[in-house]
Ligand binder design. Structure first.
Ligand code: PAF
Length: 295
C-alpha cells in the first residue's frame, strides 16, 4: 500500500497562463528534469495518449496543451464544430501521466492586432497545403508560440500527420530551435482505421467505409513490396481499392519523397517514400499515409 502511494504520479496541474507554464518548466529544469511536450487540439484519443506515454520516457516531465487553433482552419472548415470534450480530455491526459496541461486562451496566443506568421515554403503548400491553403501557416505559427513558452527538450508528434511533422521538423531546424522532434507511429482501430478526432463525424455507414484509406495503403505496400517501380502504378492500386467504397471521395493520392515531399515517379528514386492519401468520407476529411524504404 505504502509503495503504491509512493509511486503514484502527482496530480496533473492545469493552467491557462503562459507565465505559469514558464515557471513550472524553469523549476523542473532547475531540478535537473528534462521536459517533453505534446501539443494537441483536444478530442483526445489513444493516438494522443501514446504520445504522452512515450513523452514520459525515463523521468521526463510532460507538458501537454489543448488549443483548437483558429489560424489553421480555413473558411468553411470545421473550426466551429471541432469536438471539445474538455472534461474527458483532462481526465484522459491526467491518467496517461501529463504533469501540466496548458489550455491557452486565444487572446494570449493571438494578442490584439497580431500579424506575425511563420511559413515553410516548398513544404507547406503541397498535399494538405494545396487542399487547405494557409493550414500549415496556422500550424507553424501556433507551434512556434507554444514552443517559445514551453521550451521543451523534446516535441512529440504523430506520424498520422506526416506532412505536419516534416514541416515542423524543417521549421525547428531552420530556426535553430533547441528541441528534438520525435515522431510516434500512427495508432489504429482494430480494422486499421487511423485514429483521428475527426472520426467522430462519421455515421456508422461512413465509418464502415473509412477503412478504404488504410486498405488502399495496404494495397500500395503490397505493390511496392512486389517491386512496383512506377508511382503511377502504386496510385492506381490505391484507387482500385477505393472504387469498392462509394462513400469515399478522393482528395489526393500522392507518392512523394518522405523528406522533401517532392513527387516521385520512380519508387526507387527516393531513400524513403511517403504514400499520402486524403479523402472525404461524408462530412469528415480524413488523411493517412505509409512510409516505405526501397531496399
Ligand atoms: O496536430 C494537431 O493537433 C495540431 O495541428 C497542433 C500540432 C496541436 C497545432 O495546433
Amino acid at each position: 500500500m505504502r509503495a503504491a502511494i509512493a509511486s503514484r504520479a502527482p496530480a496533473m496541474r492545469r493552467t491557462t497562463s503562459p507565465a505559469r507554464v514558464r515557471d513550472a518548466v524553469a523549476r523542473w529544469r532547475a531540478g535537473g528534469k528534462a521536459v517533453a511536450f505534446v501539443p494537441t487540439m483536444g478530442a483526445i484519443h489513444a493516438g494522443h495518449l501514446s504520445l504522452v506515454v512515450r513523452a514520459r520516457g525515463t523521468g521526463r516531465r510532460v507538458v501537454a496543451s489543448i488549443f483548437v487553433n483558429p489560424l489553421q482552419f480555413g473558411p468553411g472548415e470545421d473550426f466551429g464544430r471541432y469536438p471539445r470534450p474538455i472534461a474527458r480530455d483532462r481526465r484522459l491526459l491526467a491518467a496517461a501521466g501529463v504533469d501540466l496541461l496548458w489550455e491557452p486562451r486565444a487572446g494570449d496566443l493571438y494578442p490584439d492586432g497580431h500579424r506575425t506568421r511563420v511559413r515553410v515554403p516548398g513544404l507547406d503548400e503541397v498535399l494538405e497545403g494545396a487542399s487547405r491553403p494557409g493550414h500549415f501557416e496556422g500550424v507553424t505559427t501556433v507551434v512556434l508560440k507554444l514552443l517559445d513558452v514551453v521550451t521543451p527538450d523534446v516535441l512529440w508528434l504523430g506520424q498520422k500527420d506526416a506532412q505536419q511533422a516534416v514541416v515542423l521538423e524543417r521549421m525547428v531546424r531552420d530556426l535553430l530551435l533547441p528541441v528534438a522532434v520525435k515522431r510516434a507511429p500512427t495508432v489504429r482501430e482494430p480494422d486499421g482505421l487511423a485514429l483521428s478526432s475527426r472520426n467522430a463525424y462519421l455515421s456508422p455507414a461512413e465509418r464502415a467505409q473509412a477503412v478504404a484509406l488504410c486498405r488502399g495503403l495496404e494495397a500500395a505496400r503490397e505493390s511496392l513490396e512486389a517491386g512496383e517501380r512506377s508511382a503511377a502504378g502504386v496510385k492506381r492500386r490505391v484507387r482500385a481499392v477505393w472504387r469498392g467504397f462509394p462513400l469515399v471521395r478522393e482528395d489526393y493520392v500522392a507518392v512523394v519523397d518522405a523528406r522533401t515531399l517532392a513527387p516521385v515517379r520512380d519508387t526507387r528514386g527516393a531513400r524513403r517514400l511517403l504514400v499520402a492519401v486524403a479523402a472525404a468520407v461524408g462530412p469528415a476529411r480524413l488523411i493517412d499515409n505509409l512510409e516505405w524504404s526501397p531496399r
